[in-house]
Design a protein around this ligand. Sequence first.
Ligand code: 26V
Length: 814
Amino acid sequence: MPTTIFNKDTIKQSIINKVQRHNGVTLGEASNLQLYKAVTETIRDQMMQKWMISRHARHEAKGKRVYYLSIEYLLGRLMDCNLINLASKGVYKEALDELGIDMSKLMSEEPEPALGNGGLGRLAACFMDSLASEQLPAMGCTIRYEYGLFRQKLIDGQQVEMPDNWLRNGNVWEQPAFEDACIISFGGRIEEAEENGRKVFRTVDADVIEAVPYDMPVVGYENNCVNTLRTWSARAVESFNLRAFGDGNHLGASESKGLAEVINKVLYPEDRHYEGKSLRLKQQYFMVSATLQYALKQFKKYYGNNFDILPDKAVFHINDTHPALAIPEMMRLLIDQEGLSWEMAERITSRCMAYTNHTVMAEALEKWPVDMMKNILPRIFMILEELNKRVCERLFLSYPDQWERIGHMAIIGYGQVHMANLCVAMCYSVNGVSQLHGKILCDSTFHDYYLLNPRKFSAITNGITHRRWLLSANPGLTGLLKETIGDGFTKDAAKLTDLIPYADDAAFREKFDQVKKQNKERLAKLIMDRQGIKIDPDFIFDTQSKRLHEYKRQLLNALHINVLFNRIVDDPNFTMPPRLFLFGAKAAPGYWLAKQIIRYINELAKKIDEHPRARTMLKIVYIENYDVSTAEVLIPATEISEQLSTAGKEASGTGNMKFMMNGAVTLGTMDGANVEIYEQVGQENIYIFGMRSDTVDQLRREGSYRPWSIVENNAEIRKVMNQWQSGWILPNEPYVMNAIRGSLLEGDVADPYFVLKDFGSYSMANMRIMDDYQNRDKWLKMAVLNTATSGFFSSDRTIREYNEKVWRIQKLEG
Ligand code: 26V
C-alpha cells in the first residue's frame, strides 16, 4: 500500500498546512495550543499509517490476542513517548527548531489523561507500552472518563479537590469507532420462554444506552506494532435507533438519557475502601459488556460459531476485580445470544479469563450487595447464582461438610457477591504482583483455593516502562548512558548491567552526579514556577510520592522529621547534612485522616521554615497535584526513595522501581517489590529497616502490641506526642492532631500499621544513610549500581513473563 514518508521537510509542511487549514492562520500567528494541535496531528498521521499496517499484519496472522480489561489507565502525557517510540523525536525536534517552535513548550500544552488513581492504573499504562514494544497483539479496554482524577490544590496546607476536565480542548490521540458502537442494558425484568425445546431468557423493560468506542493508538518502540487502547463512552439511544439494532433482547426497552450522561462522567477517586455505589457497578458492567460484545463480534467474523476455539484466539485479562463481571457477561453472551449450553459456556469462559490481584487490604476487596446486583443486572445475577451453586457443589466434594470454609470461598455469601472469589473460582490463572505478594495470596488470602489447585497461582513481579521513566523523563541520564555503554539498553533494559563496572570509575561517577544535579535544578525550577517555593539544590533530595494512605506510612516519615527538628532545636551543637523532604500525594476525598496527615506535614513545614537554624538543615515541600507529569520531573531529581509501607501490605509498588532506575537509593521495608530491589541491587546498596511481614502477622495474631509502651520507653517519641497534644501545631483545631495521635495510641486497634513499632529501626536506618551520604564515593557508587541493576524492573520483562505463564500469544513479526 502507498505510504507517506515523514521526514523533516514533509513534517514542516504538514504543520504549516494544518494551522492554515484548521485555524486559518500563519505559523507566526498561531497560538501555542494551535501549534500543539498541528504538531500532534502530524505525529498522529504518522501513527495512523502504522496502525493500519499493523492491523493488516494482525489480521493476516490470525493469532491470539489479549484484551486487557482495566477500569483505570493512568496514561500521562503522550507526545514525548509517542515520538520516542516512533524513533522520530530527533527529526521533529529539527523540524520544530527550523520553524522556530519550542518543542518542550508544546509538550506542556498537553493535558495529561489522568484516568487512574495510582499504581494499578499506571501499571496498566506501562503494560500497554510494553505489549506493543514486545509486538504482542493486544487491546486495552477502559472507560472514557470525561473527568479524570481530581486536581489537588493546597489551600492553607489542606487538600482541596478540583475537577479535571482533561477533554476540554479535545484529545488528538483518539479516534471514534462508531461502527463498533453497541447496546448495553441495565435493570428490567427477566422473562423465561421456550424456544425450540430450550429454555431462553429475555430482558424486558430494561434501560438501555449505547457504548461508543474511542480508540487511541499505542506504538511499540522502534517496531511496526501498533496496538489499541479502547476507551468506551456512553450516549443515549433514540427509540427508532434502537429498533434498527433489531435485537429482540431489548424489546420494550426505555431510553435512558440520564444514565448515558453520568456513566462515564467521572473516575472514582477512591483507592481504599470498597463502597457499594451503584454507579460504579454500572461503570464496570458498561465497560465489560461493551468489550466482550466487540470481542465476540470480531471472533465471529473469522471463526463463525466455532466457539470451542475462542480460548485459542482471545484471552481476557481482569486487572483487579473491577472488570470481574466479564465472567458472567461472557456466559450470558454465549448462552443467551449464541445459544450454547451452560456447560460449554462455562468451559469456554473459564479457559479465556485470567485475573491479577493488586491488594490484600481486606477493605478494598469488592463485594456487591446482592440486592443491588439483582436490580441493576438481573440476568447477570441469575448467572452468578447458578455459578455459585455449581462452584459450591464442587467445593463440597473437596471440603465435605466444611460449611464455614465453603462460605468464605463462595461467590455469593452473607448477602454479597464476592468478586475476588468469582475470579479465583473461574479464571484459569491468578497472580500476585511481586514474589512476596504472590506468596501471601497462596498462604492466606486465597489459601483454600490454592490448596485445591496450586498450579493456577503465580507471582509476576510488576515493572515499569523504561521508555517513559528513563528515556523520556531523564534525557540527561539517558545521554550519559548511551555515551558510556551504547544504546543497547534502550531496546533491552537488561543491558543496563553493562554499567556495573562504571560504578568504580571516578570520572563516570562525577558525570552521573552532574546529571543528578541538573535534574535537581530542573525540579527546583518547577517548584518555584508552580508553588513559588525556593529550594536549595545542594540539599539532599529525599522523596516519598504515592497515594496518601495509612499503610504507606507517610506519617512515619513526618514523625521522623519532627524528631529531627526537635534534635536541632534542643541541641545547639546538633548538625546534619541539609535534607529536603519532598512529599507528593493525593488523598481520597473521603479519607479524612489522610487529609489531616497532609495538614500535619504542611504545618510541620511551616515550623521548620520559621526556625532560623532548623531551616538550614531541614526543608519540607509538599508538591501540589502529584501526577504523572510531576513524577517525571520529581523522580529523576531524587536521591533517597522512601518506601515505608508496613511489611505485607504493599502488593508491589512501582514508584520504588522508577526511583531506582533513576539512581535513587531506597530506604524501605522488606515489602512488595522492595524485596526484589534488595535482591537485584544487593544489601549494601539499599537501606532496609522494620519488621518483616511474618513478624507483623505474628504480632497482629498475638494481639500483644502495645504502642503505649514504645512511647514510654522513647523520649523522642514522647516529646512529639506531647507537642501534638499541646497545640504546638494547629492550636485552634486541636482535634486534628488528636485524631492523628489517637490513630497511633487509642481505639480497638491502636497503630494498626505499626508506625511506632518501626520508628526506632527507621531512625537508625536514617542515621546510616546520612553518614553514607557524606562519603561521596560510596554514595555515588550506590546510586550508579541502583540504575545499573534496575533493568529487571522493565515492564517488558513483566509482559514477557505474563505471556509465558498466562497468555501464550504469538509475537507479531516485523
Ligand atoms: C482500591 C479500590 C477499593 C475499592 C474501590 C475502588 C478501588 C480502586 C483502586 C483501589 C486500589 C487498590 C489496587 C491498587 O492500586 N493496587 C496497587 O497496584 C499496584 C500495581 O500492581 C501495586 O504496585 C501497588 O502495591 C498496589 O497498592
